[in-house]
Design a protein. Structure first.
Length: 381
């Protein structure tokens, strides 16, 4: 039962600003911590979302330049990222691990206004983060363990709204931050019953605060520099697996992320929009995953999974339109000696949403999708 793949490509349950709650990407997965002995794992994920919407009204009211019915065109960029997890069995009861991760990110680029006539045409937004986690796990016995870690994270962001007389406010805005570094922590507990492949793990991730030096301008005016505080959200992951028949495993997870506390509000942007945030969220998000894995032969295993993230409702940001998602995934694992190769693909239906501009409904986003491919290569030693 130990060889059954539990999360063949749950690494591809990742999300950009156009895919899932907030700007989650990696989902902060900790499954490699429970591999036996010494273990190192390299991962790669690529995501190809397609997100477009239709303008609902003439904007601003009476403008001859932006008309209801204009198509935004695909505003998302595909992306890929790598990850690393290395775990060492220091003693019979203590493991030490190092993880490199990309927890948050976004890449939005509307086609030019002159191509589409869409009110937000030409607007762009990018967000980047990288995290290194140093983790220790203590095993009290064969069933109970606890783990904790220090997290070191960088964060940066930039946005641009082109100078078009009819684009959404503030017209001609550009803003960017430096790359700031912050620290946080994680805490976790786990219960295992190896004879039935049972494991339940609960992991808490603290928020991490960043003080960003922000440079902004509007309509080509002299740049203004200011400090902006941004806190990446605290989150909780509940992961579980259990054998349900010989060579068959049921697995799943629940993730809560405190996106209602996340806010990007540059000073000049706030002045120009009477206190609006560039990016913020009204509600937290919950993401549910359920799947089944099956050992086919000594070397091969397969897994099927489904994901559901409820929509939160209300208006969405023009720089982050879709609201919630539903996804299905399939993965295959090949094991040979001390090597394990995992690959899989996930298809997502992104939730419908409405954006706003000039105080009125602006864009209608429906029938959007994303395809993700993930690969992991692990070695035990």
């Amino acid at each position: 039962m130990k060889k059954i793949v539990t999360a063949t490509t749950l690494a591809v349950i990742s999300s950009t600003a156009a895919e899932a709650g907030g700007v989650d990407r990696s989902g902060q997965i900790m499954s490699a911590l429970f591999e036996e002995g010494n273990y190192v794992e390299f991962s790669f994920t690529t995501v190809s979302p397609e997100v477009s919407g239709t303008q609902l009204n003439n904007l601003p009211v009476g403008s001859p330049f932006t008309f209801a019915g204009a198509d935004s065109g695909d505003l998302t960029r595909g992306y890929g990222y790598v990850g690393l997890f290395a775990k060492f069995a220091v003693s019979e009861k203590f493991d030490a691990a190092l993880q490199y991760d990309h927890p948050y990110g976004a890449s939005i680029a509307y086609p030019s206004f002159f191509e589409t006539g869409y009110f937000a045409g030409g607007s762009t937004a990018t967000l980047r983060s990288n995290t290194v986690n140093a983790i220790g796990r203590y095993k009290f016995n064969d069933n109970f363990s606890a783990y904790a870690g220090l997290r070191y994270q960088n964060f940066s962001a930039e946005a641009m709204i082109p100078f078009i007389s009819s684009t959404f406010p503030p017209i001609g805005y550009s803003g960017s931050t430096n790359t700031d570094y912050g620290t946080g922590y994680l805490l976790g507990v786990a219960y295992e019953k190896p004879e039935i492949a049972l494991r339940v793990a609960l992991t808490y991730y603290s928020s991490i605060s960043h003080e960003l030096r922000t440079t902004e301008s509007i309509d080509g005016s002299p740049a203004i520099s200011s400090l902006m505080d941004v806190d990446t959200p605290q989150a909780v992951n509940l992961d579980f697996q259990t054998g349900i028949a010989e060579d068959t495993l049921l697995f799943g997870s629940i993730r809560w992320a405190d996106w209602s506390e996340f806010d990007i509000s540059p000073f000049l942007y706030g002045v120009a929009t009477s206190g609006q945030s560039l990016v913020s969220y009204d509600d937290d998000t919950f993401t549910y995953t359920l799947g089944v894995g099956r050992q086919l032969t000594e070397n091969w295993a397969v897994a099927l999974s489904a994901l559901y993230e409820p929509s939160t409702g209300g208006f969405r940001s023009n720089l982050n339109p879709p609201d919630g998602r539903t996804a299905v995934g399939v993965g295959v694992t090949y094991t040979e000696g001390n090597m394990k190769l995992q690959t899989g693909v996930q298809y997502s239906w992104l939730g419908d949403a409405t954006t706003q501009a000039f105080g009125t409904p602006a864009g209608d986003f429906t029938d959007n999708t994303a395809v993700a491919f993930g690969m992991k290569l692990g070695f035990s030693f």
